[in-house]
Design a protein around this ligand. Structure first.
Ligand code: ZN
Length: 147
């Protein structure tokens, strides 16, 4: 699952930073997930917990916040949120599935947030020239360590 690979990346990068500083352990960590990636908060927390066993992250308090992903049109300046367009996008997702001998592969935004650029356009002027505001997938916001 996608959540697991992201959790793995978080555990690895924090472990690396903590080892570099020679800190004893991580007391708490805070991550922010963008609504665009449609990640499951509970799975993220569970995955970080399990993957941090035996590392300096073990036993740390894990906080996960979800942030509404917003977009800004570079042409007309319109700002809109992912939840406003999600339903419309979901209708088009069927087209992004690839069928091969391993079954159906879901190439959704869940795995590739960049896909949103091909699937969406400005709800106001129709331009495809827009930018993502805030975190696309997952961002480490705060790590408290014990030295
Ligand atoms: Zn626009």
């Amino acid at each position: 699952m996608h959540e697991w690979s992201l959790a793995q990346a978080i555990v690895e990068s924090i472990t690396e930073a903590v080892n570099k500083k020679n800190s004893k352990r991580v007391k708490s960590l805070e991550v922010e997930i963008g609504s665009l990636a449609m990640l499951d908060k509970d799975i993220i927390v569970e995955a970080i917990k399990i993957l941090s066993e035996g590392t300096k992250l073990e036993g740390a308090e894990i906080k996960v916040h979800e942030e509404e992903t917003k977009f800004r049109c570079k042409k007309c300046g319109k700002i809109w949120s992912f939840s406003e367009v999600k339903e419309e996008l979901e209708k088009n997702w069927e087209d992004t599935k690839i069928k091969d001998e391993y079954g159906t592969q879901d190439l959704s935004i869940h795995y590739f947030p960049e896909l949103v650029f091909t699937m969406m356009s400005c709800p106001s002027c129709g331009s495809k020239d827009f930018e993502i505001l805030g975190s696309k997938e997952i961002t480490i916001r705060n790590v408290v360590i014990e030295v």
